[in-house]
Design a binder for this molecule. Sequence first.
Ligand code: SF4
Length: 458
Amino acid sequence: MLNGTTAEIKERSALKINPAKTCQPIGAMYASLGIHGCMPHSHGSQGCCSYHRSHLTRHFKDPVIATTSSFTEGSSVFGGMANLIQALENIFTIYKPEIVAVHTTCLSEVIGDDIPTMIKKAVEEGKVPKDKVRVIHANTPSFVGSHVTGFSNMVTAMIKYLSVKTGETRDQINVIPGYIDASDMRELKRLAAALGVKIVMFPDTSDVLDSPQTGVYEMYPKGGATVEQIASAGDSVATVALGHFGSHPSAIALDEKCNVPSVLLELPIGITNTDKYIDALRSCANAEVPASIVQERGRLLDVVGDMSQYFFGKRVAVFGDPDQVIALTQFLVELDMQPVYVITGSQGNHFESRVHEILKDHTPNAKIKQASDLFELHQWIKQEGVDLLIGNTYGKYIARAENIPFVRFGFPILDRISHRVFPSVGYQGALRLIDKMIDAMFDKKDRECSEEYFELVQ
Ligand code: SF4
């Protein structure tokens, strides 16, 4: 419980308290699950792998598979080559994946394990099938970056190892979705299908981490981008990359490798950012926007108009992953709310400059900070309160201590389930966010207002 948090802020340079981020391999593991038939492999000790698996499992409420190099004291001193080669042999013999995606942990990074050399040796020794590329890797040292960096590094590894340009252009658009939920990826695909645009989305965790209960366990569910689809990304007309931190580096890498031009956007959260996603697909594929999407957007605008009196001027604190927070801040401005405190735990100057750009005319006194933590956010709230708090499950401690309406948004959400099935992106996702914000604020009002203000109709 955080009832003891004080309003007085003391400068801290090295210490983080309740950081608003987690470690790189979690993002790499999540991205790997978006390849069909892929076994994520954690090159380090068991504890890291267990933590990463359980964190993802708790968020998605679905079993998350991964293997580990199971470092012991010996491998920690002499390196993990023998462990990785043995692991690859076991994985292909026992679990028969299409592909293995290796990511590192702090320990193997500190030792300086040379993963490409180890993979090469495993292939030469016949421990890995030689028919095609069967092992990819990304370096994910957790003493820099965050889970979003790890996600981005693994998506870039997919391009580096798998994507090729054959010279024959395919009538398809790549979509790199960023670190969003499986339900969000499903929604992005639905919008593309409504436009009649053929896309290759990678990674794609829909039908992997939101797969239906059929009574039969499948180690590799039907979802995920296939290796062949990721290979074909090098022949696509264009790439639409969503999120500066999670996707843009990968799109740039694909352009450099295969000369596929990219449209770099923010996550399609809210009205403007969804409009940009739709427009990018429309222009890249020369498609028409169907009436069904125009109507969907119109229904959202209708609700925004109906509810505007309840949103206007409300002070909001937002924390979470940088791409999510940037896009959500834009949406809050569209709703005429006041995002007064906006933080991320991840590093990167782009976060502060972009949020400042969004807020400079609307909420000029907003406090905006990268590499921040929840303790600092709580202290700001102590000094001057807010009407709404938006962020992942870890925010519930602040919400309880300060009696603030709280909307769960982002990663991880460990104590609710709707993110698993309902998107936050697109016009539908915006409607859902509005619904959650209104519910949270009205529930508090109904609980606490005096009788003369207790209204049947809002
Ligand atoms: S040791 Fe590093 S990789 Fe492992 S759980 Fe801790 S921060 Fe993550």
